[in-house]
Design a protein around this ligand. Structure first.
Ligand SMILES: C[S@@+](CC[C@H](N)C(=O)[O-])C[C@H]1O[C@@H](n2cnc3c(N)ncnc32)[C@H](O)[C@@H]1O
Length: 357
């Protein structure tokens, strides 16, 4: 178990780095928690690798989303129309200590989880290139979480500059285009005739508690992201995505063969392969290589090269921490790789790269 000093340092570091500019509420709460052993101690209930400050914040957020702590909730930008002024720290402290048992239960059993709909903006241009080449596509999203990125054709997109694609939707994804090379925004939404997701621990969009936890893991300061997630979950509940429980390495082949009966199979990964140990990641690449040797296949990778060595992604030296989007194609057994873009991890912006052709 990490000591109170180590955990306090993690809260302090979060306040001074990641949340300092992007998340004022969590920055304030992290700074206060770092000096408060009563709050820090709550995190010791988590398994060793999950003793991260955002787990405590997600657990508190989860209870607020259940309707508890209205005074504290008034300070959360995603839960209040106009966040309350004044200091949220005393309210946070009192709420956390009053609900220590419920928080301990959450902290000891949950892990942080995400499903970032903004990443669809990273996939759509590549899907457009593939649809131009191959016609109808069959999408297999590995590490799909709740499967929200399988709903990609049901969202609308605006690349600025670049244009729009997708008919009007309650889920609108805005992406700033950076750099000199225009993003190849498809003229119309690529046709996707089958969509299947795979995840070790999928989230069931029809399960209120699982959905609430997914929402709780979004930082309240990012109210736009939170609202988009809620809207995507509503869409998913109306017509749930086909998400299967299974392992990236063990189960990818069967899913690709199943999907290939409906269209050109396109495998996507976003912020998944960093969770695999290096040798397992290599096994996954080997599975796709074997599939690509047997059938025409495409693979869109949106991962950070620094955290995913072993992928067939052309990288800078040292490998980038930022998300790089690459397209791997196998055609008649021949593999080609093209690096397409660098992008914000949540798809807020995209810098398309000049085609080497
Ligand atoms: C950070 S989430 C990313 C979810 C989604 N791809 C996105 O971009 O929003 C990583 C997901 O990968 C899943 N995962 C981790 N290891 C896996 C494996 N070996 N096979 C399948 N899914 C896995 C986790 O359960 C989790 O849902």
């Amino acid at each position: 178990m990490a000591s109170l000093e180590v955990l306090a340092a993690r809260f302090r570091s979060l306040a001074e780095t990641t949340t300092a500019t992007r998340a004022p509420l969590y920055s304030k709460l992290s700074a206060a928690a770092a000096d408060d052993p009563g709050l820090v101690r709550l995190l010791q209930a988590a398994p060793e690798q999950q003793q991260i400050p955002v787990l405590l914040f997600a657990a508190v957020h989860h209870l607020l989303l259940q309707g508890l702590g209205s005074e504290l909730a008034a300070h959360y930008p995603n839960l209040a129309t106009a966040p309350a002024s004044g200091d949220p720290v005393p309210l946070f402290r009192a709420f956390a200590l009053d609900h220590a048992d419920a928080l301990t239960e959450l902290i000891s059993t949950r892990h942080t989880q995400t499903n970032e709909v903004g990443r669809c903006a990273q996939f759509v241009p590549a899907m457009g290139l593939l649809a131009d080449e191959r016609g109808a596509l069959a999408h297999i999203d590995v590490g799909t979480s709740a499967g929200l990125n399988l709903l990609l054709p049901r969202y609308s997109y605006e690349y600025e500059p670049g244009g729009t694609v997708g008919s009007s939707s309650t889920v609108h994804v805005h992406c700033s285009a950076r750099g000199d090379t225009a993003v190849p925004v498809p003229a119309s939404m690529p046709s996707i005739s089958r969509s299947i997701g795979l995840d070790l621990m999928p989230i069931d969009v029809l399960d209120d508690d699982e959905v609430r936890w997914l929402e709780a893991c979004v930082w309240p300061d990012q109210a736009d992201r939170f609202a988009r997630l809620v809207a995507a979950i509503d869409l998913a509940r109306a017509n749930p995505p086909d998400v299967r429980r299974g392992d990236a390495v063990a189960d990818i082949a069967e899913l690709v063969h199943e999907a290939a009966a409906h269209g050109h199979p396109v495998v996507t990964n976003s912020w998944v392969l960093n969770y695999l140990p290096h040798d397992v990641r290599e096994d996954y690449v080997a599975e796709l290589e074997a599939l690509g040797a047997a059938i025409d296949l495409s693979w869109i990778i949106a991962e950070a090269p620094a955290q995913t060595p072993g992928l067939p992604v052309p990288t800078a030296d040292p490998p980038e921490e930022i998300t790089v989007v690459s397209l791997v194609r196998w055609r008649r057994g021949e593999r080609s790789v093209r690096r397409l873009a660098t992008t914000h991890p949540h798809g807020y912006w995209l810098r398309w790269e000049r085609s080497p052709d």
